[in-house]
Design a protein around this ligand. Structure first.
Ligand code: DX5
Ligand code: ZN
Length: 218
């Protein structure tokens, strides 16, 4: 299914009202809900853990797309799976045994995503294509929303699309997605677009129609 999907990131949502924010973006057309887990070690920011994912799960009717920006990953996979994650993405850069991590994610019953930072090439992806359902290509340095899109990643996505061929693997773009930058990545072959600031800006649970306008604009 190569139809473009929009996955709003709740990193840019009201942290005091995740349940209603998720219901609002889904009512306004979100395809997936992107959940940015950060540990203040792998990235210089700290968000929330498995307990928060468990709390928001009942409000997610689409897909809970959990992006683990944590290291180590393996000790927490079962907790995020039990919390209700549909997709769990781990960073290639988070440790020496990514193959084992991806095996553990699928073993826990979740779709497995491989997240790669802007400085990481595709050589780390090539021998994992049979282990993944998604590649999350970071187009900002992970840790924060509202950053500028890193243009060099367009060429990476084109090469990744060629490498994936007709395998059922999503290419998810994460960071700096706006109505101006998303088309570049769609043309390069991506099919899932994470957007935090571009979706939540100007809206609120009291003005959810703004979320819908923002989602449709991407
Ligand atoms: C950054 C996160 C991204 C971020 C995207 O570390 O992984 O998902 O929330 O935010 P925007 O769309 O504002 O760049
Ligand atoms: Zn993310």
């Amino acid at each position: 299914d190569r139809r473009v999907k929009i996955a709003p990131s709740i990193l840019s949502a009201d942290f005091a009202d995740f349940g209603r924010e998720i219901e609002a973006i889904e009512a306004q057309g979100a395809d997936w809900v992107h959940v940015d887990v950060m540990d203040g070690h792998f990235v210089p920011n700290l968000t929330f853990g498995p307990q928060m994912c468990r709390a928001i799960r009942p409000h997610v009717r689409t897909v809970m797309d959990v992006h683990l920006m944590i290291a180590p990953v393996d000790p927490y996979i079962d907790a995020f799976a039990e919390a209700g994650a549909d997709v769990i993405s781990a960073h290639l850069e988070a440790g020496p045994h990514i193959h084992r991590t991806l095996q553990a994610i699928r073993g826990a019953g979740c779709k497995a995503g491989l997240a790669i930072n802007p400085g990481t090439g595709l050589d780390g992806v090539e021998y994992l294509l049979d282990m993944i359902d998604l590649v999350c290509v970071m187009t900002v340095n992970p840790g924060f929303g509202g950053q500028k899109f890193i243009e060099s990643q367009v060429a990476k996505v084109k090469a990744l699309r060629a490498m994936i061929g007709d395998r059922p693997i999503h290419i998810e773009i994460d960071g700096g997605m706006t109505p101006e930058t998303a088309p570049l990545m769609a043309a390069a072959g991506a099919d899932v677009f994470v957007a935090g600031s571009a979706v939540f800006r100007g809206g609120s649970v009291a003005k959810p129609e703004v979320y819908g306008e923002n989602i449709r604009a991407i």
